[in-house]
Design a protein around this ligand. Structure first.
Ligand code: NAP
Length: 304
């Protein structure tokens, strides 16, 4: 099969495109012919060695995909259109084929293309887990979403709105119309305005940006409020406030949560993000764009 892979950690130039042996499914796994995979921030962090995970080279990155079942372990039948989010550190979305545990694969929403489905997979799963399970966001609450124009932030805006929350988000001025269209009630231009001066006493913060944005976000929570960050490593971010909760979502993969992502988009509760497509062979270019941290929406690699 054709695949994009790395043989060492490094910059975008370590990404190679070429032939690798087809994967062989083990017991309980399906073989999927991949049509599209998205680029997630985790991909360039992993490529750069930031996670220090025990990776076997050559390693095929890619944490999500949309494609068609070639062989099943029992739940699906050949020809079913599916999508999935890969387990770490195995990954494998940047290829024409993947062998993956059947239990973490779900039916693709019918009305969506493979490119559109890949765009909502890990970003949607992360937003669903963070807002519905970790923050347990409720109707009538106010949430500040840091990084609303990104893949995860954009899905989170629409989901928070769907759950009945009031949504404040941060984005560059050129993305304000976009985040409003996704459902943001209030938008802060983080380049010219200090969100800590404009936002006060929110029930929840969902942080997808990291760095000092995470630590400063604690200042805008009301007592008893909670902050969840997916931009930090494995542990919840540190805070000196003792009257709020700091949380690190655990983005477990399973079919039930993927079905929830599919359902939200299929019924129109969450609109599709803006999507920029690249052929898989141009993966290094796509990584450069993603790593610059200002893409609106999602980058998707077409495998065929
Ligand atoms: N399982 C997990 O825990 C998990 C899963 C998925 C993602 N993540 C993490 O979540 C984070 C976000 O991922 P992503 O894929 O959504 O990223 P992304 O799509 O690459 O985010 C890019 C967006 O960030 C915005 N941005 C950059 N700096 C900002 C700032 N200072 N304030 C507000 N917005 C800013 C940009 O908007 P502007 O152009 O408007 O600045 C851009 O649209 C990453 O750190 C990723 O590793 C974790």
């Amino acid at each position: 099969m054709k695949a994009a892979y790395i043989r060492r950690f490094g910059g975008p130039e370590v990404l190679e495109y070429g032939e690798l042996p087809d994967p062989t499914p083990k017991s309980g796994e399906v073989l999927v012919e991949i049509h599209a995979a998205s680029v997630n921030a985790a991909d360039w962090k992993m490529r750069g060695g930031q996670y220090g995970a025990a990776v076997a080279f050559p390693h095929v990155p890619g944490r999500d995909f949309s494609g068609v079942i070639v062989s099943s372990a029992g739940f699906f039948k050949p020809g079913d259109a599916v999508f999935g989010v890969c387990e770490v550190p195995r990954e494998g979305g940047y290829a024409e084929k993947i062998a993956i545990r059947e239990a973490i694969v779900a039916h693709k929403p019918q009305r969506l293309s493979h490119v559109q489905t890949a765009a909502i997979a890990l970003a949607g799963l992360t937003a669903v887990v963070s807002l519905e399970e970790t923050l347990q966001l409720k109707r009538g609450e106010t949430i500040l979403i840091q990084g609303g124009a990104g893949g995860v932030g954009g899905f989170a805006i629409a989901l928070a709105r769907h759950l009945g929350a009031r949504v404040i988000t941060t984005a560059s001025a050129s993305n304000h119309d976009y985040v409003r269209k996704l459902g943001a009630d209030e938008v802060i231009d983080y380049r010219t305005q200090d969100f800590t001066k404009l936002v006060k006493d929110v029930d929840a913060v969902f942080d997808t940006v990291g760095g000092d944005v995470t630590s400063r976000s604690f200042d805008v929570l009301k007592p008893g409020g909670r902050l969840a960050s997916v931009a930090v490593g494995g542990a919840a971010p540190a805070t000196t406030r003792t009257d709020v909760k700091s949380l690190r979502p655990k983005v477990d993969r399973d079919r039930r949560r993927l079905d929830r992502v599919a359902e939200l988009v299929a019924k129109g509760a969450v609109p599709l993000p803006d999507i920029v497509e690249y052929p898989l062979a141009k993966v290094a270019e796509a990584h450069r764009v993603s790593e610059a941290r200002h893409l609106r929406g999602k980058l998707v690699l077409r495998a065929r």
